[in-house]
Design a binder for this molecule. Structure first.
Ligand code: MSP
Length: 494
């Protein structure tokens, strides 16, 4: 079975920030979960390098545009490394394989393309065409200053896809998620689709329109085609088709329209299968305010990771808000999560159980003859991945963490109730099975958090000398071997 997931490809006109790190982390968790679940995974991310906005940023920086792209794209690659993003492909839209793919896509939709004159407003900040009624005081909804555009352009007959798109949404209720966003898209399409201007001739930082001198593709056609490129299109058409069908696009809410309206229309026109789902996530504010360079409150993932560690940041972003909703990023909230959820709940469980076992020289005889209380915790542990799977399949990352934390709480409660240290004093024969079930629950928890916090999971696996990696291996009985260590997972607040 194949599972494919993509992040948006990021504009390289500015530095990576927490919004980029967020989309990448969410996609990474889906990719990691599915890999551990035994699936063939293709996970792509990358950079969107063409368009007027990038050309102008290059100019401002004084660098030649190719050199600027190399330099900036590298920063996004570094952000991926920093966030521990396990991508299989990092695609850049300036690569020859992509230029070939975008041009092929263009030629496949040519029957729906015509030439005409465009006159209207353009917002270079978001690389979108805007209508009169969207403009307030000369500004587009993004806050960008609009520019008048008048040029001979190519148009895509988007209007003729209105009914087909509505039919498709109707027959594929899970195509757009979350539901509230789906409703927005449907009402946007119902309100009427205009044909889409898909070329520019006033600048040349883009992919040439095939057989048409002086025109480059509109950056969004170019950008959306990246998903096909990464799947091997056009050389490997059937594989690309298959991957497309299994693909989940993770996108921010403000670019949902491009992914859920324009993209499916292009694909329908080209006769290529549509992706499985487009999931739109929400936006982060910073301490209650919109993140903006001018306010100076843009959150830099690098400084956060250096200060708190990558797993804590990954955890915080997924736990603090339901995936799909907006959230607020503050260090205060982050510190609370680290202290309560990570150090107190998870860290403490691991520390107290493993240190206890280690004090007994790491020895106990695995005993699966369980009392009722042990059986209950054991069954919950063995069932963890089965509970997570449907949540991950609907991208409910926050819900998945809640289920893992339920098991953590249950395990901590079990330790408090059963009091292994007392059993040990009285040489109670139940101790072996109590420790067995606790090791089983910690092991299950480590498997569960692995996609979210790979470094932390690895530490636990190392503490317990667990070699297995795939979820299927969770069903093998635990072999005890706890190594002499101290077992802190998270630094305590000083
Ligand atoms: N290049 C296009 C995407 C093309 S995909 C075929 C683009 N790039 S972007 O760099 O501007 O944005 C990339 C992603 O970052 C978007 O999905 C956007 O939602 C996300 N975020 C930007 N700021 C954000 C927050 N403050 N919070 C969460 N995500 C945000 O759009």
């Amino acid at each position: 079975m194949t599972f494919c997931v993509t992040t948006p490809i990021y504009y390289i006109n500015g530095e990576p920030h927490i919004g980029h790190a967020y989309a990448s982390t969410a996609a990474d968790i889906l990719a990691r979960f599915n890999r551990l679940d035994g699936q063939q995974v293709h996970f792509s991310t990358g950079t969107d390098e063409h368009g007027i906005k990038v050309a102008r940023s290059a100019e401002k920086s004084g660098m030649e545009v190719h050199a600027f792209s190399d330099f900036m794209s590298m920063k996004f690659r570094e952000m991926s490394e920093l966030m521990n993003i396990s991508y299989d492909d990092f695609i850049r839209t300036t690569e020859p394989r992509h230029i070939k793919s975008a041009q092929k896509l263009w030629s496949m939709i040519e029957k729906d393309i015509y030439k005409s004159k465009y006159s209207g407003w353009y917002d270079p900040r978001d690389e979108v065409f805007v209508s009169e009624d969207e403009i307030v005081n000369g500004l587009a909804p993004s806050g960008g200053k609009v520019e008048w555009m008048e040029e001979e352009s190519y148009f895509f007959k988007l209007s003729s896809y209105q009914d087909k798109l509505l039919e498709y949404y109707n027959s594929h209720p899970d195509f757009i998620a979350p539901q509230s966003r789906r409703n927005e898209v449907i009402s946007f399409v119902k309100s009427g689709l205009k044909d889409l201007c898909i070329s520019r001739s006033k600048f040349n930082w883009g992919i040439d329109v095939p057989n048409s001198i002086g025109h480059v593709m509109y950056v969004w056609i170019d950008a959306l085609a990246n998903y096909l490129t990464t799947f091997g299109f056009p050389d490997n058409m059937s594989i690309a088709e298959q991957k497309m069908k299994e693909c989940i696009h993770i996108v921010g809410k403000e670019i949902l329209r491009f992914h859920a309206v324009y993209w499916p229309a292009f694909l329908m026109s080209a006769g290529i299968s549509l992706p499985k789902r487009i999931f739109a996530h929400g936006w982060w504010t910073s301490n209650g305010q919109k993140m903006s360079k001018s306010i100076g409150n843009v959150i830099d993932p690098k400084s956060m990771v250096n200060k708190y560690g990558v797993d804590c940041i990954r955890y915080f972003m997924m736990k603090e808000v339901k995936f799909g909703e907006d959230g607020d990023f503050s260090e205060e909230a982050l510190k609370k999560r680290i202290s309560y959820d990570l150090a107190n709940d998870l860290g403490n469980l691991v520390q107290r159980v493993l240190a206890f076992i280690q004090k007994r020289e790491g020895k106990f005889i695995a005993d699966y003859n369980f009392s009722e209380a042990c059986s209950e915790l054991f069954n919950h542990s063995r069932n963890l991945i089965n509970k997570l799977r449907p949540l991950i399949n609907k991208q409910d990352l926050n819900g998945a963490l809640n289920v893992i934390w339920d098991l953590i709480s249950e395990s901590n409660k079990f330790v408090n109730d059963v009091k292994p240290w007392e059993l040990s004093r009285t040489q109670n024969s139940e101790l072996d099975s109590v420790l067995t079930v606790l090791c089983e629950s910690i092991r299950a928890i480590a498997f569960g958090i692995d996609p979210f916090m790979p470094n932390t999971a690895k530490k636990i696996f190392d503490f317990m000398n667990i070699k297995g990696k795939l979820f299927s291996e969770i069903n093998e009985n635990f072999q005890t071997q706890i190594f002499p260590h101290s077992y802190p997972l998270f630094p305590r607040e000083k």
